[in-house]
Design a protein around this ligand. Structure first.
Ligand code: PMP
Length: 316
């Protein structure tokens, strides 16, 4: 779908996956006017398909578009386009429990612009790919390193929206961490260099004495849809959940740490390295709290338990 600055998108169409043509002076290539989303479709045991909270992705893209001076599809246009793309690719959705179809909606300034200004034209597209586990560890503890020099977001910047440049900003720290054998990087706030923010592509939770804490949303971390869902699931399971400033020192005596995201679902953290000190958590696959939350969320997403929250959208 395309539109001009007025935001009136043309009708959507289905095309085979392939290259797209862009002007060398497209806004996205020169000034980073690009946003993306990520969501998943799961196959139920009866063969039907479940989308997980697609309207939340539509709303987050609209919020990001406002920050990036871009028009965005309406919630209805977004969700309808996701449904049409998934149905056209239903043969790629793995059987229940064997993975999912990852859906990548992308909004970009596709019009030519030479001087710094918002692009005169925008393109919204969606592509999909079947996926298994995100980390090479599979469903197994991941190993994080706290980054003390490089930051992915600053107050007043774009860290709170899913713009493409945020991901370029993490590549250097993430690549260096992977060379050293870590799974990913945990970022700190750039003002005090003391409070937890998030991992390159997921949010973080710390458990101490059965109380679950996660950094509050204040413009520098992505408001994860899995984060929000896990907070609701945890509260409905009777846990106390706090959204607040979480100091890095709290990692030292936490009982459990886990990450959440569409791609990583709920990933247990096995160790965190901070200032050359390695703190280890789970011995087995999951800590008890993360395991309970993982089990509820994944069964809900795959349609194996009743969706009391009304989060899933079923496609036949
Ligand atoms: N933080 C960042 C930086 C991310 O890229 C993601 C993945 N979208 C998340 C957190 C988790 O968000 P969600 O649960 O909506 O996938």
């Amino acid at each position: 779908m395309k539109c001009g600055r007025d935001g009136n998108f043309s009708k959507s169409e289905l095309r085979r996956f392939g290259n797209i043509e862009l002007s060398p002076s497209a806004g996205v290539l020169n000034y980073g006017q690009g946003l993306f989303e990520g969501l998943k479709a799961y196959r139920k045991r009866d063969g039907n398909i479940l989308l997980f909270r697609p309207e939340e992705n539509a709303l987050r893209m609209r919020m990001g578009a406002e920050r990036m001076c871009m028009p965005a599809p309406t919630v209805e246009q977004f969700v309808e386009a996701v449904k049409a793309t998934v149905l056209a690719n239903r043969r790629w959705i793995p059987p229940t429990g064997k993975g999912s179809l990852y859906i990548r909606p992308l909004l970009m300034g596709s019009g030519a612009v030479l001087g710094l200004a918002p692009s005169p034209e925008y393109t919204f597209l969606i592509y999909v790919s079947p996926v298994g586990n995100y980390f090479k560890e599979g469903v197994a503890p991941i190993h994080l390193v706290v980054e003390r020099e490089l930051h992915r977001a600053t107050p007043g910047g774009t860290g709170g929206v899913k713009t493409i440049g945020n991901y370029a900003a993490v590549l250097k720290a993430q690549s260096a961490a992977k060379v050293k054998g870590f799974s990913d990087v945990l970022y700190l706030d750039c003002v005090h260099k003391q409070y937890l923010e998030e991992v390159s592509s997921c949010n973080i939770f710390v458990v101490k004495d059965n109380v679950i804490s996660t950094p509050s949303i204040k413009g520098t971390i992505l408001p994860g849809i899995t984060r929000k869902s896990i907070i609701d699931v945890a509260r409905s399971e009777g846990f106390q959940v706090e959204e607040r400033l979480v100091a890095v020192e709290e990692l030292l005596d936490a009982d459990e740490v886990f990450c959440t995201g569409t791609a990583v679902v709920v990933s247990p953290v096995g160790s965190i390295t901070y200032r050359d000190r390695r703190v280890t958590y789970v011995e087995g696959v999951f800590g008890v709290v993360a395991e309970q939350l993982y089990s509820v969320l994944t069964r809900l997403q795959m349609g194996l338990i009743d969706d009391k929250m009304n989060w899933t959208v079923e496609l036949r």
